[in-house]
Write a protein that binds this ligand. Structure first.
Ligand SMILES: Cc1ncc(COP(=O)(O)O)c(C=O)c1O
Length: 399
């Protein structure tokens, strides 16, 4: 059909009405905005959470192998069997959970898709979901898309801990789900065994589900263990546990993650997953399966690898004016700038990107209401080459 015919049918000035948005208050995410600003101004980009180094060469080689040897058609909806088996083995080795790769593991298009499907699996109109602020930005909109209500509870103190009394007070018969993110983006805090104990006390006689957003599971420092929900049988029985190969293997652009959940939760999860993405690209899944089986030491060494980067970044910044509490996990370091300026964090993040050539993320964007953020802090990603971290620290020490 020619364009003349299309225009004649619609009319020269016809404009489609804007859809009535289900998320009218949501704009472009801060991560996209700050990365674009960093690019425009040629700034060192410590804003968005991605490494500036590549994934392991052997993993790239395995994916390339499958890409060039005919593994390019639809894989099974739940993910290829060797990858699900390798995930099951890893979960058993690390967390002593024996789960069935056929009925409890689903490979997803990044943790983002897994979060969407897990939330949508259990949240119905009017249900309440507890999230802890500062919170990763995808939780709240997905809850609202289900007609649910996100109940935001602030983490407290310089260590960003959970105020368990507030959680207890927030729980009622409408509470359907609690979303836990440990290690935590953006604060770098990690849950302790005591947190798990408190959670257990609160949910044991309820129908509340749990999501464990554990995408930074291999970035827990100072010999602390990762309190995966997979470790605790009673909690796992009500949980969707989500992780991301993008974070673990320095390949965030591949967008491959997974969800481990008991059979009855996985059944519902897959009902949605099959109509969201149906499945995830074939050669990457096979490449990941090979690498997971052949090189388990990669994820075992990851805590030391990132701890060294955290230590380097914090040491380099020791003479600066920032107040620093080294991250206990993740690849993010919060820097408290209250001794330098009292500007709002979003203004400062933008100004430093433009004027100093260093991009970060303001912590207030992780709050339901930026006004409720009492912290003067910016989040810096230290998943960068040491040379980049040195360059960044040099700039920040001059302030
Ligand atoms: C806490 C948290 N959850 C989920 C995700 C999304 O992970 P993916 O890139 O695998 O979708 C991220 C990415 O930054 C994150 O920080």
């Amino acid at each position: 059909m020619s364009s003349t015919l299309v225009n004649a049918a619609v009319g020269p000035s016809a404009v489609a009405p804007s859809p009535v948005s289900k998320l009218p208050d949501v704009g472009t995410t801060i991560f996209t905005t700050m990365s674009a600003l960093a690019q425009t101004h040629g700034a060192i980009n410590l804003s968005q959470g991605f490494p500036d180094f590549d994934g392991p060469p052997e993993l790239l080689e395995r994916v390339n192998y499958y890409l060039t040897h005919g593994f390019n058609q639809y894989p099974p909806m739940m993910g290829v069997a060797p990858l699900r088996q390798a995930i099951a083995q890893k979960v058993e080795d690390l967390y002593a959970l024996k789960c069935d790769p056929d009925s409890e593991i689903t490979v997803t298009a990044g943790a983002t898709e897994a979060l969407f499907c897990a939330i949508a699996s259990v949240v119905h109109a009017g249900d309440e979901v507890i999230v802890f602020d500062p919170a990763y930005d995808s939780y709240d909109p997905v809850i609202r898309l289900q007609g649910g209500v996100a109940v935001h509870i602030p983490l407290t103190g310089p260590a960003f801990g959970v105020d368990w009394q507030r959680v207890k007070d927030a729980i009622n018969e409408r509470t359907r789900l609690i979303i836990i993110n440990t290690p935590h983006n953006p604060t770098g805090s990690v849950w302790s065994e005591d947190d798990i104990h408190q959670l257990r006390e609160l949910v044991s006689d309820t129908n509340i589900y749990l999501i464990g957003d554990e995408v930074y599971e291999h970035m827990v420092f100072d010999q602390q263990g990762h309190t995966s929900l997979c470790r605790y049988d009673d909690l796992y029985a009500r949980s969707f546990v989500i992780s991301s190969f993008g974070k673990t293997y320095h390949v965030t652009g591949w967008k491959v993650g997974y969800c481990v959940a008991p059979e009855q939760l996985t059944t519902e999860f897959r009902r949605l997953h099959q109509y969201v993405t149906f499945t995830v690209n074939t050669p990457v899944q096979h490449g990941l399966a090979d690498f997971l089986q052949a090189r388990p030491e990669h994820h075992l060494q990851l805590p030391d690898f990132y701890q060294a980067k955290r230590d380097l970044f914090c040491e380099l910044l020791a003479p600066s004016q920032f107040k620093i509490r080294p991250a206990a996990g993740t690849y993010f370091q919060l820097l408290d700038y209250s001794q330098i300026t009292d500007e709002p964090d979003h203004v400062l993040a933008e100004r430093w990107t433009k004027e100093l050539g260093i991009a970060s993320i303001p912590i207030s964007v992780f709050y339901q209401d930026a006004e409720h953020c009492a912290h003067k802090a910016l989040r810096f990603c230290f998943a960068k080459d040491d040379a980049t971290l040195r360059q960044a620290a040099e700039i920040l020490c001059k302030l």
